[in-house]
Ligand binder design. Structure first.
Ligand SMILES: [Zn+2]
Length: 261
C-alpha cells in the first residue's frame, strides 16, 4: 500500500500530490492482503519538460520579511544547484522521441507582496493568478514548453485542492493549464504531516524535488510517464530522501534500476 493511497483521497487529485508523512506502520502490508503491483512507469505519449526552466513565485507580503525572505533565497539557491545535478540527469532514462531530458535551469524569481493570499486559498485561485500574472506585460515571464512555475505560499496559508486540504491530505502538487502553462503549488510545510522527521527547509526541498521530477516526466498528469497502480515517479518513493550536496531531496523511481534511487 502506498502512503498516498492510505492517507489521501482517491481519484485524479491523488496522482500529482506529495502525500502527508504518515507513521511507518501505515506503509506495512497487512498479512494476507495482496501487495500492490510492482512499480513500472509507462509512457502515455504526452509532452515532457525535457530542459526544464524553473521560475519561483512567492505570494504575499510575508516573504518580504527577513526570515521568510531568507527561506525564499535559500530555495532559489537550491534550484540553481539541483537543476544541474544528477537529480535531473538521472531522469534521462525517461527520454523519449523528441524529448531528451537534460539539465534544467533556474531562470528567475519574484516576491509578489501585493498578491496577498487569504488564510485559505484554492487551486482555482492559484490558477487564475497564474493566468493573470503571465499576461504580456505582467509580473511573470510568459509560459513556454519547458517553463515550470513553482508557486510558494507563506506560512499559515492553507491550500485546497478538490476538497482536500494541505497539511491534512497533501503537501504539494503539480498541474497544468491548457497543456501550455505548467506549475507546482507549494504550501508552507508548517505542520507535522508535511514535515515528517525533516526540518522546514528540508521538507521544502524534498517536496519541491518530488514535484520537480514529476513535472519533468509527467507535466500533464497521467499523460507522460505514469503507473496506473502507483502514480507518478515521485509518488512511488514518497518521503524517502537522500542528500545532493547540502540539500535534502526525495528518491525517485527508476524503471532501469527497478528501485527508488
Ligand atoms: Zn506526487
Amino acid at each position: 500500500m502506498t502512503p498516498e493511497k492510505t492517507v489521501s483521497p482517491r481519484g485524479r487529485d491523488a496522482i500529482r500530490i506529495v502525500p502527508i508523512a504518515a507513521p511507518a506502520q501505515l506503509f506495512v502490508h497487512v498479512k494476507g492482503v495482496a501487495p500492490v503491483a510492482p512499480p513500472r512507469l509507462t509512457y502515455r505519449g504526452g509532452p515532457l519538460l525535457a530542459q526544464v526552466e524553473v521560475y519561483t513565485v512567492y505570494l504575499g507580503s510575508a516573504w518580504a520579511a527577513p526570515a521568510p525572505g531568507k527561506v525564499a533565497s535559500d530555495i532559489n539557491r537550491f534550484f540553481g544547484t539541483i537543476l544541474a545535478s544528477d537529480l535531473i540527469g538521472g531522469l534521462s532514462e525517461y527520454s523519449t522521441g523528441s524529448y531528451h531530458i537534460a539539465s534544467g535551469r533556474f531562470i528567475g524569481t519574484t516576491i509578489l507582496s501585493d498578491v496577498e493570499p487569504a488564510a485559505s486559498v484554492t487551486d482555482e485561485w492559484i490558477r487564475s493568478k497564474l493566468v493573470e500574472l503571465t499576461n504580456p506585460g505582467s509580473a511573470l515571464p510568459p509560459p513556454n514548453s519547458n517553463l515550470l512555475y513553482f508557486v510558494y505560499l507563506p506560512p499559515g496559508v492553507s491550500l485546497v485542492l478538490g476538497g482536500s486540504k494541505s497539511c491534512q491530505a497533501f503537501c504539494g502538487y503539480h498541474d497544468q493549464i491548457d497543456g501550455k502553462l505548467f506549475y507546482a503549488a507549494m504550501p508552507y510545510p508548517n505542520c507535522n504531516g508535511c514535515l515528517g522527521s525533516l526540518s522546514t527547509f528540508q521538507a521544502l526541498t524534498s517536496t519541491s524535488s518530488h514535484e520537480l521530477c514529476e513535472a519533468v516526466t509527467d507535466p500533464i498528469p497521467g499523460a507522460g510517464w505514469y503507473d496506473d497502480a502507483n502514480g507518478e515517479i515521485g509518488d512511488i518513493c514518497a518521503w524517502q530522501t537522500r542528500q545532493v550536496g547540502e540539500y535534502t531531496v526525495q528518491l525517485e523511481w527508476s524503471n532501469k534500476n527497478n528501485q527508488c534511487k
